[in-house]
Design a protein around this ligand. Structure first.
Ligand SMILES: NC(=O)c1ccc[n+]([C@@H]2O[C@H](COP(=O)([O-])OP(=O)(O)OC[C@H]3O[C@@H](n4cnc5c(N)ncnc54)[C@H](O)[C@@H]3O)[C@@H](O)[C@H]2O)c1
Length: 269
């Protein structure tokens, strides 16, 4: 079977570089092109040194030159939705990891993918461990009335709390069908110390130089606690999820949202 031809959009960014290297390592995939708005050269030497591929500043030229079967996007939200429109209209599958797409963006991507008979995969978190943590948190949520989330990220993270922490809290509340019990603090002497709150789950955000991305969900019951924790130690953690998405998206039509949709997560709520 022919290798799946992949073009990376946002290829000179932190995730783009990691994805490029991961695609090069996989024999079922072939890196055929790269696009990044900050490109200054016309060729990108692949990290394994095997060959150079065309490097463009805009996707339109990149698609013409390289004819990929899948475009993988790790850029910024506005660029990601434009890239999705362009690629899907040309019958090219897309895998998007970029944060910040709106509900309307997702609906449009689904419609365009279906109209053009191709697949689109959008996942806010490609780390397998994080997806499994969310799954386990949904199971535990049925057995505990109290829960708090501590998410820890590098000091440059733009938003707080993390999208994953918000989604985890919402999924936990949904799984148990009612809010958690949120103990009232009679006197908060320092405003914000109890964190934000979603359905009775307090979320605390740590922003610290030296950290990458971690999340801890702590459940409480009389005389016991249960802690689920996931740590991202390097961007490599996202690669198995991204590679799986590339291989699966070519077999799908329409939008697949979330890496959990591609995993066989048994024993769930
Ligand atoms: N889904 C996940 O699991 C996951 C994991 C990590 C990061 N992310 C998200 O991926 C995105 C990228 O993260 P990063 O750390 O690599 O950021 P980065 O800033 O290092 O890289 C982004 C790249 O996109 C390029 N770019 C910007 N606008 C462009 C345009 N119009 N056309 C082409 N290229 C353009 C930039 O030049 C840059 O090289 C962010 O939204 C981040 O939140 C998602």
């Amino acid at each position: 079977m022919d290798a799946i031809a992949v073009l990376v959009h946002g290829a000179l960014g932190k995730m783009g570089k990691e994805v490029t290297a991961a695609v090069c390592r996989d024999r079922e995939l072939e890196m055929v092109g790269a696009v990044d708005i900050k490109a200054t050269e016309e060729q990108l030497l692949l990290p394994d040194g095997s060959k150079s591929v065309p490097l463009s500043r805009d996707l339109e030229s990149g698609l013409k030159l390289c004819k990929p079967r899948v475009v993988v996007d790790f850029s910024i939200a506005e660029a990601a939705i434009s890239a999705a429109r362009l690629a899907l209209k040309q019958g090219i599958n897309v895998v998007i990891g970029t944060s910040g797409l709106t509900r309307d963006n997702l609906d449009e991507i689904d419609r365009l993918a279906k109209d053009n008979g191709v697949g689109a995969m959008v996942a806010p978190n490609f780390a397998l461990g994080s997806v499994v943590l969310m799954h386990l948190a949904k199971i535990a949520a049925r057995f505990f009335d109290h829960a708090e989330i501590i998410e820890l990220h590098h000091h440059e993270k733009a938003d707080a709390p993390s999208g994953t922490a918000l989604a985890t809290a919402q999924a936990m509340v949904e799984a148990r069908g009612k809010p958690f019990v949120y103990p009232a603090t009679r006197k908060e002497t320092l405003s914000g110390t109890r964190g934000g709150q979603v359905g009775g789950v307090a979320i605390h955000s740590v922003r610290l130089l030296g950290l990458m991305a971690s999340q801890e969900v702590v459940f409480g019951a009389p005389g016991q606690t249960l802690t689920l924790r996931h740590d991202t130690l390097s961007r490599e953690c996202y690669m198995p999820g991204v590679i799986l998405a590339i291989k699966e998206v070519v077999r799908r039509k329409g939008l697949v949202y979330g890496l959990d949709s591609l995993l066989d997560l048994k024993g769930g709520p």
